[in-house]
Design a protein around this ligand. Structure first.
Ligand SMILES: Cc1cc2nc3c(=O)[nH]c(=O)nc-3n(C[C@H](O)[C@H](O)[C@H](O)COP(=O)(O)O)c2cc1C
Length: 225
């Protein structure tokens, strides 16, 4: 059996984690990963902490003609949602799916388990992040996007999803752009980290979340399991 790593000093990996960032899908260039590279990346994506070994995810790979077909479904959905807009707008909406040479949809699908479903949701997020990291490790740029169409019923049905499936992300993959994007603001360590010494004086970060506006995606069952 190959070594498994529960800890392995690797300065390069730490340096990478401290500096990693996404590239914009629109800036990515061809080629995307080949089938062998994709298998490595998705194998890394699956290897995430997973309470109860439920594998609450599956992956759809879109390249070539499949990507064009999804673009057409998105354009159709845009047209239905915005019947007064010019047809050109619908085509442009679909074309956004074709910006990167390869797109992987990471789909959350809850499995039967003893533990709270919330924990499965977190595992699928970890799978998305592992996919980004593995893509970078193979030299590809990656961006995790949802966009409106992740939640659109027409698009979801066109992809073959049902009420139990949630798009955790469309991971866009391609050769990195020549010019990296400028760095974005990063979280402030000093407002997010407390060495706990009792329940007061905990630094909880900015409390700007708009609870009314956002909710968990509607599922065909109770999210609490
Ligand atoms: C679940 C999820 C969905 C996202 N959807 C979008 C999106 O639709 N559009 C967008 O511009 N960024 C989206 N982002 C943000 C980008 O993936 C990413 O955070 C941003 O490009 C900066 O990335 P970096 O911190 O890896 O450099 C999403 C992030 C997550 C985690």
């Amino acid at each position: 059996m190959k070594d498994v790593y529960t800890g392995k000093p690797c300065a390069e990996m730490l340096e990478y984690l401290l500096r990693r960032r996404s590239a914009k899908a629109v800036d990515m260039i061809a080629p995307g990963p080949d089938k062998g590279q994709m298998k490595q990346m998705l194998s890394a994506a699956m290897r995430v902490p997973d309470h109860g070994k439920t594998a609450p995810f599956y992956f759809l790979v879109f390249e070539g003609e499949a990507r064009d077909r999804v673009a057409a479904i998105i354009a159709e959905a845009y047209g239905r949602n915005n019947p007064d807009d010019k047809p050109k707008k619908a085509i442009e909406a679909g074309e956004k799916f074709m910006q990167a040479p390869t797109v992987v949809a990471v789909i959350y699908r809850a499995r039967k388990a003893k533990h709270p479903l919330w924990e499965q949701i977190m595992s699928v997020g970890a799978a998305c992040q592992n996919l980004l990291l593995a893509a970078n490790a193979l030299g590809f740029a990656a961006q995790w996007l949802s966009r409106w169409y992740a939640y659109d019923e027409h698009v979801r049905a066109g992809l073959g999803l049902d009420g139990r499936d949630v798009v955790a992300g469309f991971i866009h993959l391609g050769t990195p752009p020549k010019k990296p994007e400028a760095e974005r603001d990063r979280p402030d360590y000093d407002v997010l980290v407390t060495y706990w010494d009792g329940p007061s004086d905990i630094k909880k970060g900015d409390d700007a979340y708009d609870r009314e506006k956002f909710s968990l995606p509607e599922l065909g069952y109770n999210i609490q399991g």
